[in-house]
Design a protein around this ligand. Sequence first.
Ligand code: IPE
Ligand code: IPE
Ligand code: MG
Length: 230
Amino acid sequence: MKGDNLNIPRHVAVIMDGNGRWAKKRFMPRTFGHNAGMNTMIAMARTAKKMGVEYLTVYALSTENLSRPQEGLEGLYNLFRKYFTKNVKDLYAEGAAVKVIGDIAALPADVQELIKDGVKNSPADACFFVILALNYGARAEITRAVNMAISRGEPLSEGDVGDLLYTSGIPDPDFIIRTGGEYRLSNFLLWQAAYSELYFTDVLFPDFNEREFKKAIENYSKRNRRFGKI
Ligand code: IPE
Ligand code: IPE
Ligand code: MG
């Protein structure tokens, strides 16, 4: 697949939206959609790695999502529990590491511990990174950086600001995909997306299979990124 002569983005970030609607269409509870979405996410990580992507960031929980009804949040926490006990092991075995961006302190204590272990136990020599955005909000991330900068008390360069973000050390996303038919960023990677290519699809995330992912990468591959130059 790597040899398809495509220009592969080094870092792909995905706003995995449309899971609740996918379930609703099937007369099922929203949690059913989130479960299906997690399976799609796991498959997508395999496809991304196989195609030569190095970083895959997935928006799994926004700061705003935290004000959703508790029942739905519990369903998501159970998915995180499952991911960080079982699924991460498969990732490690495939030479991949997991990273997390966001303020996990607001999550249940046991989930926080599982996340920390999941990050800590990742292989040191990984060539592929799955970055989970959990209780992530770009405005909270930037505000946090501003506060750290104030306490430092010195003028900062753009690079210094980048180093104060959760994504420090991670290259900016080349390509941001949003599934689920909405045309917005919903507080995702606002600083890092300055020159990202954007792709919006009506496909609901659980249906965003290997074929759809490949279609998106093919679309990216045809783009001309000028970065303000001519
Ligand atoms: C996005 O799916 C994933 C999370 C917010 C956890 P939604 O839950 O927003 O699904 P829709 O957009 O309501 O269909
Ligand atoms: C964005 O989806 C957040 C995640 C995919 C985790 P939302 O469903 O929360 O976004 P809005 O509310 O439609 O903007
Ligand atoms: Mg949504």
